[in-house]
Structures are given as C-alpha cells and as structure tokens.
Design a protein around this ligand. Structure first.
Ligand code: PNS
Length: 163
C-alpha cells in the first residue's frame, strides 16, 4: 500500500524553505501532494493557480525525485482532501516556537476529525528565517528576494509588471 502524504500551505509564494520540506517529504513517502490552500487569515499576493504553477516549475527545476503532485483545495476541510486521496499524514515545516504554537491545535483537530496525523520537519538552518510573508514584504518594497525563493519565483516577482 502506498504511503501518501499531503504538504499543505498558502505557498504565497513558495520559498526555498518550502522546497526543502517538499524534497525531504518526497524522500519519506511514496507519493506527496503539495496542496495550495487559501488561508483567509492572510491577504493574498498571487492567485492560487499562479502559486500552483510556480511550485510545479520550482519542483521541476530542482529535479526533486519521487511522485509529487501539485494541486489546490478550496472547498471543505483539509482532511477531506486527505481522505479523498487516501493520505493519512500531513507534513509541515516548523521553524520556531511560534510555528509550534500555531500548528499544534491544527494537528490535534485534524487527528480528531479524521485520524490524519501531522509530521513536523525541522528546517534546514539556512532557511529557518525565511517566510512567504517576508518575501511578500521585501518584494512589494522593491527588494531582492532571490536569496529566499526558487529562481522561477524571483524571476516572476521581479519581472516588470505585465511581462
Ligand atoms: O502556509 P499557511 O498559511 O501557514 O497554511 C495554513 C493552512 C492552509 C495549512 C491552514 O490554514 C489549513 O490547514 N487550512 C485548512 C482549513 C481546515 O481544514 N481547517 C480545520 C482544521 S485545522
């Protein structure tokens, strides 16, 4: 039986920290679903379809091995998606105590709702300070985001508007 895991997030945009977690999750499971989920608590930079496309390109560029599916989910609970695709595990990256406090209640609720376990991966220290919100802020103020995101994302964010 295949071990399927879902790596959910806003990915607005995908960062090098996300890519590190995706690559390591792909090494731990037979099949990974990178799931772009709208987070109503955050104001969005990119449309969902654009985020999916950038993740797909970043995964291809990084030549991440294994079966990795990138898609989005906008209706119902995250665990409903997990049940639909036969995934029993969620994988999340944890950078700090703030992330632990944010993720712990969700992990408990997701296990209570559908028996879906959450596996937390610690970041590569090189990416521990990187977040999508930081990237959105630096980008919106005209700064260089290339140290924090895959090349395809930096090129997209730094392209002149309309290109
Ligand atoms: O990258 P983010 O913004 O930290 O990702 C948060 C996300 C999308 C994973 C989180 O908001 C989430 O799990 N949303 C799904 C909604 C849901 O199922 N809620 C009930 C159980 S916690």
């Amino acid at each position: 039986m295949s071990r399927i895991a879902v790596v959910p997030g806003s990915f607005d945009p995908v960062t090098l920290g996300h890519l590190d977690v995706i690559e390591r999750a792909a090494g731990l499971f037979d099949e990974i679903h990178v799931l772009v989920v709208h987070n109503p608590d955050k104001s969005a930079l990119l449309p969902i379809a654009q985020r999916v496309s950038l993740i797909e390109q970043a995964i291809a560029d990084a030549r991440i091995p294994g079966k990795v599916i990138v898609t989005s989910w906008s209706v119902g609970l995250l665990v409903d998606y997990c049940t639909d695709v036969g995934a029993s595990v969620l994988v999340k990256g944890i950078r700090s105590q703030v992330d632990v406090a944010y993720e712990t209640p969700m992990a408990i609720v997701n296990r209570n709702l559908a028996g879906v376990e959450t596996v937390f991966l610690l970041p590569d220290p090189a990416h521990a300070h990187v977040s999508s919100s930081l990237v959105r802020q630096v980008s919106s103020l005209g700064g260089d985001v290339s140290p924090y995101v895959p090349r395809v994302v930096a090129d997209f964010l730094q392209a002149p508007a309309g290109v």
